[in-house]
Design a protein around this ligand. Structure first.
Ligand SMILES: [Zn+2]
Length: 359
């Protein structure tokens, strides 16, 4: 196992933005929320991406919107605000595998069964064309985008979860809804069999559900909670260039200044200096190496390190890489390094950002 050295600390400079994403719900509602939101790997990676692609890049606008969506966290706030007087368990960001891999935004479990909530944070007017299974969004400026219909996504997730329960000999009723987080969203029509909700409707819907006859007893519920908790696997979205289809050539290299954000700090003895603001740092390369793994590649060689950090000496890159708790593979010239995801998790959970506060 990799141990995090005392002089090692990846930085998370996005404090105020991350607070709205990962909430520490146990502090508010006791044992009810079984699984909190995962470490927002994707969001941390997307922030790094934003720093390293040109603002004129064709993906830049889309990236902005994806960051906004990832930051929403509105449904989480609903669950933190309301108390339900019946037995229930809440899981956020569950990644499971049955006949296929699937991710559930929020799973609400009670004696009536499972209620899946697919969360959509999409600005603009929305309609569902009759002739095909898409959701079309029109922005005020006329821009039109098509998305997969959430009814298809919800149905797929219901089937996959059904298979998942089936393989464990559990029979659990599964229903679900799509939650549109923008309460002023204009939805022009709907799909007949799709339940669409706004966040403020959630408490009533869940309370009404509770009036139906119970199907699962407490013992079965605790078996399900245990099974779900132990089956969850963190999803690794890196490198984002692959998952977002961006050329690694569009990622700007250079060590980023922690003070002014400029790329291309110069190497000085045992540290770095920013040519813009003259800030001196000992550890600025750590974030930059993390950026490489988040954005460009699963592995880093000595040469890639030199090129990305703009250092010339082989032994300097070897020392910088060797100092970090990365996973080395191969020997001498063929050596390369991997970035263990749990490193980021441990580091994130230690950071003040992971505590989350209610606004
Ligand atoms: Zn600077």
């Amino acid at each position: 196992m990799t141990k995090i050295g005392s002089n090692y600390n990846f930085l998370f400079p996005y404090g105020f933005q991350l607070k709205s994403v990962l909430r520490s719900a146990e502090e508010v509602n006791g044992q009810l929320i079984v699984k909190k939101r995962s470490v927002p790997y994707n969001l941390i990676g997307m922030h790094a991406m934003q720093e390293r692609i040109l603002p004129t890049h064709p993906f830049a606008e889309k990236l902005k919107e994806r960051i906004r969506i990832a930051q929403a966290g509105i449904v989480d706030q609903i669950f933190l605000k309301y108390q339900f007087g019946f037995e229930h368990y809440i899981f956020h960001d569950l990644n499971l595998t049955s006949t296929g891999k699937f991710q559930l935004d929020t799973l609400f479990l009670s004696p009536q069964g499972v209620y899946i909530l697919e969360i959509k944070n999409i600005a603009g007017r929305i309609h569902f064309p009759n002739e095909w299974n898409q959701m079309v969004r029109v922005l005020d400026n006329g821009q039109t985008d098509a998305f997969e219909c959430p009814s298809v996504q919800l149905e797929r997730n219901c089937f996959l979860l059904e298979d998942w329960f089936h393989s464990r000999n559990l029979s659990v009723p599964i229903t679900g809804a799509v939650v549109f987080t923008q309460s002023r969203q204009l939805i022009e029509n709907s799909r007949p069999r799709l339940t669409m909700l706004f966040p403020y409707e959630l408490p009533n819907v869940l309370r009404k559900r509770e009036q139906k006859p119970p199907i699962l007893d407490s013992k079965t519920l605790s078996v399900i909670v245990h099974e779900l908790s132990s089956a969850h696997q963190d999803f690794n979205p890196f490198p984002l260039c692959n998952t977002m289809n961006i050329s690694p050539l569009d990622i700007k290299s250079g060590v980023q200044c922690e003070n002014c954000g400029m790329l291309g700090m110069d190497k000085i003895f045992r540290g770095w200096i920013c040519p813009g603001c003259h800030h001196v740092s000992k550890r600025a390369h750590q974030r930059t190496i993390q950026d490489w793994f988040m954005l460009v590649s699963e592995t880093m060689t000595n040469r890639e390190c030199r090129e990305f950090l703009h250092v010339s000496a082989n032994y300097t890159a070897a020392r910088l890489l060797g100092e970090l708790p990365l996973e080395p593979e191969g020997m001498s010239r063929g050596r390369f390094y991997r970035f263990p995801l749990n490193l980021m998790k441990e580091d994130y959970e230690k950071s003040p950002d992971s505590q989350g506060t209610l606004h």
